[in-house]
Design a protein around this ligand. Structure first.
Ligand code: BDR
Ligand code: CA
Length: 314
């Protein structure tokens, strides 16, 4: 059973990801959720994490709040995608749960270093600020981790927040650069992969057909985002980005990709936050990430539906 920490800025796709992990106790042990400012400000990402845990009856999982904004500059949120709360589309009751004591980067260090070397995996679903801060606090952190699996970046697909950059990397490129230079084994899931994971009408119908209150809530939460994407891009559904991180742990056979060197552009006026992926090995730089670019989308949604259906019929 693999111990993991999930760093997240909940919009609904983040929540589906950590709920899938919590529904997989035979494979994954979730040590904590850590929240960061991202899609919406930190107070809301933390609140959304707590609301989703409460809905799932999983108040036993600690949630630690972390950085409110990136290492440099102001936070760029994405209310246009997920609504003002980050959880628009369904009214969940305000959470009775509270965040646990402690600053997320400190807790990441403690939780990882308390375990044997090479055991804990960080699952990163958000701007990488908390992880970069944790590495800054404990220089041995990178070599103590089993690895990092992150949703972020783009290769041929182009960006979703600027023409060049994907949101999670664009918000805090300095943090991303630190992580990609750290030597930690990284599995990177860029937009090239997640844009194959569309919440089509048929898949949304399967989600709703689970028939639990949790499934009904996520049907509506994801519908909000789906409608945004349909308006924006004319696709049947929107990308269900972040659960790919958990799926890659549970079912690596659903993915394929290649080892490559990934550089993070921190300076370009047009390209800040771009992930420069040496797909063809022209730079001579050693690979620092496994970049997953292909997904068995049907198998992925089968897994998502199966894991979400494990939450009770309260
Ligand atoms: C990323 O941005 C967020 O909106 C999603 O949760 C995902 O982590 C996709 O660019
Ligand atoms: Ca996210």
């Amino acid at each position: 059973i693999r111990p993991i920490i999930i760093d997240t800025d909940p919009s609904p796709d983040d929540a589906v990801a950590f709920l899938m992990a919590l529904a997989s106790p035979d494979e994954l042990e979730v040590l904590a959720l850590t929240t960061v400012g991202g899609n919406v400000p930190l107070a809301l990402t933390t609140r959304n994490a707590l609301m989703a845990l409460e809905l799932a009856g999983r108040g036993d999982v600690p949630v630690y709040a972390g950085a409110a904004g990136p290492l440099m500059g102001a936070l760029r949120t994405a209310e246009h995608v997920h609504g003002a709360t980050g959880f628009d589309g369904y009214d969940l009751p305000p959470p009775g749960l509270r965040a646990a004591e402690g600053f997320a980067p400190d807790r990441i260090v403690e939780l990882v270093m308390a375990r044997p070397k090479g055991s804990v995996t960080l699952c990163c679903l958000a701007p990488l600020t908390n992880v970069a801060l944790a590495m800054g606090r404990e220089p041995r952190l990178a070599e103590h981790l089993h690895g990092i699996v992150l949703m972020g970046g783009a290769r041929a697909e182009g960006g979703n927040i600027t023409p060049a950059a994907e949101y999670n990397i664009h918000v805090d490129p300095e943090a991303a650069a630190r992580i990609f230079a750290s030597g930690v084994p990284i599995t990177m899931i860029p937009l090239d992969c997640t844009h194959q994971a569309l919440t089509t009408q048929a898949r949304m119908a399967r989600l709703r057909a689970i028939g639990t209150p949790l499934a009904e809530a996520f049907y509506h939460l994801l519908l909000f985002n789906k409608d945004y994407n349909a308006r924006q891009w004319g696709t049947d559904g929107g990308p269900l980005h972040d659960p790919t991180v958990i799926a890659a742990l549970l079912r690596p056979d659903l993915f394929s990709g290649r080892l490559a060197h990934v550089g993070i552009e921190c300076h370009g006026a047009l390209t800040r936050g771009m992930t420069v992926i040496d797909w063809w090995g022209v730079s001579g730089e050693a690979a620092n990430a496994l970049v997953l670019n292909r997904l068995d989308a049907e198998g992925y949604f089968d897994l998502v539906i199966e894991r979400l259906s494990r939450f009770g019929r309260a």
